[in-house]
Design a protein around this ligand. Sequence first.
Ligand code: CMP
Length: 140
Amino acid sequence: MTVETTLSIIKPDAVAAGNIGAILQMISDAGLKIKAMKMVQMSQKEAEGFYAVHKERPFFGELVEFMTSGPAVVSILEGENAIARYRELMGATNPEQAEEGTIRKNFATNIQNNAVHGSDAPETAAVETAYFFSSIEQVN
Ligand code: CMP
């Protein structure tokens, strides 16, 4: 097992619904350690840059609109196998397919307004954590 870091976003739907605390509790209960955290209000450019890999998708415009609709909470999570463990804790992208006990089963509304984001691989985790945090914003 390797110790990994991954980027988590508590998205604007979950923040607006008052679910920051409940989601952080689930992250903590899963044994993932928070190395950095802040609340951000993304601009259109910032959201477009973050989701650049999806820019050809039909849902891109709506996704950017959603991600800029209100504050989000970004954090860096660390732990053994943290990328896969956080994705398991989040549940499927579409909450209709998410397992019981997952964040998206509990808090997501639909495939777009799905409460949380987590990096999908070590390479994307490195890019995504650096997108929001400088090295001095991360605790050792
Ligand atoms: P996330 O895991 O952050 O990665 C890309 C995001 O795009 C995804 O969560 C959803 O918020 C959104 N998304 C993915 N697929 C769709 C879709 N088919 N329709 C609308 N939004 C989507």
